[in-house]
Design a protein around this ligand. Structure first.
Ligand SMILES: C[S@@+](CC[C@H](N)C(=O)[O-])C[C@H]1O[C@@H](n2cnc3c(N)ncnc32)[C@H](O)[C@@H]1O
Length: 266
């Protein structure tokens, strides 16, 4: 099911967009010349950005797998979905439990045009896509209720998206509205780019991207990202670089980039 009730937003292929820049760094093909130029320019400042994007994607996969396989979560609300890539949330969750129910949310028109590719889940479970802005939690929760049972635990996923919400748009209000809508036993998954690691390069990357993108990015510190988890109980190993969140290998070689954590609502 795809829910898109706004007038189709014309794709602006003349302005780079974070979903398509990220797609390029991941090796995807759903991007335009302006996105590739912005992505390449950022890579000249920090060549490890592509590996960092992959490390984030791998974190997403490990977090979903952990929640499905070890915690028994069967419902996922994945906000800031991105373009379809390897190991989308529904694929990881439904490989563990085919009855998993997943709702994807994104506000980018090109993600909407690819949403059908995300809706190929199992017949035992369900996948749905909502075309909405993360800031519009009322719309998201109202629409998601058609697929998710909010009396049962839900994993709220805000993976590499909160940096797209500016301080003046109050990202903490988004997280608390979502927290208030789910019962105890629900989980929160966040990853967030930061300038804490390699600050000079990350400051330059943010400045270059913000010069050309219409939706600006805000990189946040460990303390600022930790605040999103106020009122939640962080699972081990806490808020750590993506590569160090329950790595599959003892000594992960991925670059340490974003902060990542998973927490439980008590
Ligand atoms: C860097 S990508 C991350 C994709 C995926 N979560 C992952 O980690 O692989 C950020 C995604 O968030 C989406 N996004 C950015 N701002 C948003 C907003 N205000 N509301 C909904 N989606 C947003 C973008 O369109 C993009 O698809």
């Amino acid at each position: 099911m795809v829910t898109a009730d706004r007038a189709p937003v014309a794709l602006n292929t003349g302005v780079p967009h974070i979903a398509r820049i990220y797609d390029y760094w991941l090796g995807g093909k759903d991007n335009f010349a302006v996105d590739r130029a912005a992505a390449e320019e950022a890579l000249t400042i920090m060549p490890s950005l592509a590996a960092r994007a992959r490390a984030n994607r791998a974190f997403l996969g490990r977090a979903v797998h952990h929640l499905a396989a070890e915690v028994g979560i069967r419902q996922f609300l994945d906000i800031g979905t991105g373009l379809p890539a390897a190991n989308n949330t529904h694929e990881v969750a439904q490989r563990v439990a085919p009855d998993s129910r997943i709702v994807y949310v994104d506000n980018d028109p090109i993600v909407l045009t690819h949403a059908q590719a995300l809706l190929t889940g199992t017949t035992d479970g369900a996948t749905a896509y909502i075309d909405a802005d993360a800031r519009d939690t009322g719309k998201i929760l109202g629409r998601a209720a058609a697929t998710l049972d909010f009396t049962r635990p839900v994993a709220i996923m805000l993976v590499a998206v909160l940096h797209c919400v500016r301080d003046e748009d109050d990202p903490h209000r988004i997280v608390s509205a979502l927290r208030d809508a789910v019962p105890s036993g629900s989980h929160l998954v966040i990853s967030h780019p930061t300038k804490d690691m390699e600050p000079a390069e990350m400051t330059e990357v943010a400045a270059r991207l913000n010069r050309v993108m219409s939706a600006k990015v805000t990189y946040r510190s460990h303390a600022e990202v930790a605040r999103y988890f106020d009122g939640w109980e962080l699972l081990e190993p806490g808020l750590v670089p993506t590569a160090l969140w329950r790595p599959r290998h003892a000594h992960p070689i991925e670059p340490k980039a974003m902060w990542a954590g998973v927490a439980r609502k008590t």
